[in-house]
Unconditional design. Structure first.
Lengths: 177, 289
């Protein structure tokens, strides 16, 4: 009758356990990476929502003069080479900018729009950006419509592959001014 | 015969192999399930907007429709692909254009609209001075031209007014605002087509046209579009590419098909280029009632 494990059995068991434990340990970095990615996705989504909503709120103010709205549209008359989209055109794909440069550009575009509508009706400001987040903002005007598109990621080269946070607002301001 | 008390190595290996196989199959199945859930969610949201239009047609006894289009947003130079957002809008008929005035701007007047029905027009600037002006202006909006004959819905960008002194904007029919030789203030809706726009409906508006406005809007997830092909034409920063329109009669019955095709796309590169992976037909709405 068999009363004990043989050395071979013990070795095999240890080998199998070691394989299992090592496999689990090997999965840790993957888990950490996924957790990081998920944290980044949440931060990027929150940031995009924040930029989009802040601009949408500012652009739906009822005291924006129609003439200012039109001039905002005219600023991009030479689209697509000029205007709010210009940072994307600036050889971005040929020479991706750093995250900080892109964040600065988003802030600049944000401020351009706010000053373009004649001030800051609801005291909105460009939301603070998580470090290392590369982001793109497009504010495009056509007639009474304004489309706002925002993307963000920690991988600048993959910016356009990220989900687009998009909304459109109609002019709600003062037609007589 | 000796009693067997342990698994053999072969048995253990078989178990491990079977577990590995099941794991592989279930992982692939998991991703397929996530993907199909997204598609199902999109189809359901499309069905819900169709249903909203149908229900509104039946409850309000007005023609309704759903306008499916892809909105394009140019994020870079012309060499870069435009971003595409699939949008569906349920449109409720608001009335008919009774006359079109093309003088100092194009006005679509609805003299016979019930001002208490439909979209609530803000009555701002009601000071005495403003009241002496021709209107109580409201905000800009998208006005939909509902062409049931050709089964098309088109859009114009307009400013909507409640016109208090219709005679001041040079009516299409002078006698309309004149009763017994005296000028009469009659409140009417009037929509002024916004300058600087070039929408497909702008030049088509005629007296008698059915117009409507949005009652529900949905956006497809970022990797889905309406139709089967990636739209490409874009000469301005933002543009709409129509895909389909569906209509409901005043009793809620559909005119023709009530489903639309939608496609899932994949981003194929850092420049945002999309390619269609699969195409689906949206859920049919039960129109049997």
């Amino acid at each position: 009758m068999k009363k004990a494990f043989t050395l071979l059995e013990v070795n095999l068991a240890m080998f199998v356990m070691a394989m299992g434990v090592l496999s689990m340990i090997a999965l840790y970095p993957l888990g950490f990476r996924e957790a990081d990615q998920s944290r980044e996705d949440v931060a990027a989504a929150a940031y995009c929502e924040s930029v989009m909503n802040s601009l949408a709120a500012a652009l739906t103010a009822t005291n924006i003069p129609w003439s200012r709205w039109q001039s905002l549209g005219n600023d991009q008359a030479t689209f697509p080479d000029k205007g709010w989209s210009d940072y994307f055109v600036d050889n971005y794909f040929a020479t991706p900018k750093s995250s900080s440069a892109m964040r600065g550009q988003v802030n600049s575009t944000f401020q351009q729009v706010i000053s373009g509508i004649g001030g800051n009706p609801y005291s909105v400001s460009a939301p603070s950006q998580p470090r290392g987040l590369a982001c793109g903002l497009v504010v495009a005007f056509t007639g009474t419509r304004c489309a706002i598109g925002v993307r963000a990621t920690r991988r600048p080269a993959m910016l356009l592959a990220q989900p687009l946070f998009f909304t459109e607002v109609n002019f709600q301001g003062d037609l007589d001014k | 015969m000796m009693k067997r008390q342990a698994f053999t190595l072969l048995e253990l290996l078989m178990v491990v192999a079977v577990m590995g196989l099941l794991g592989t199959v279930s992982t692939a199945g998991y991703y397929a399930a996530v993907s199909s859930m997204e598609v199902r969610g999109a189809k359901e949201s499309v069905a819900s907007v169709i249903q909203a239009a149908q229900q509104r047609a039946a409850t309000d006894h007005v023609p309704t429709g759903v306008y499916f289009y892809n909105q394009l947003l140019r994020e870079g130079s012309v060499s870069h692909n435009a971003s595409v957002v699939g949008v569906a809008v349920a449109v409720r008929a608001g009335g008919r254009v009774s006359c079109v005035i093309d003088k100092g701007g194009k006005y679509l007047v609805d003299e016979f609209s019930d001002l208490d029905r439909g979209r609530k027009v803000q009555r701002r600037n009601m000071s005495a001075q403003d009241r002496s002006d021709l209107n109580n202006r409201s905000s800009s909006m998208r006005l939909y031209r509902i062409d049931t004959t050709n089964k098309k819905i088109e859009v114009s960008e307009v400013f909507d007014y409640v016109v208090e002194r219709i005679d001041n904007i040079d009516t299409c029919d002078e006698s309309f605002a004149t009763v017994g030789g005296a000028t009469t203030n009659i409140a009417s809706y009037a929509y002024q087509i916004a300058d600087g726009t070039s929408n497909s409906a702008d030049s088509k508006w005629r007296a008698g046209d059915l117009y409507g406005y949005e009652i529900a809007v949905i956006q497809l997830p970022h990797n889905m579009i309406f139709g089967k092909t990636i739209p490409t034409s874009l000469n301005s920063p933002i543009a709409d590419e129509p895909v389909k329109s569906v209509f409901f009669r005043t009793d809620g019955s559909p005119r023709g098909s009530t489903s639309v095709s939608l496609s899932t796309c994949r981003t194929t590169g850092a420049n945002g280029a999309l390619s269609v992976i699969s195409t689906y037909q949206s859920d049919q709405v039960d129109t049997s009632n």
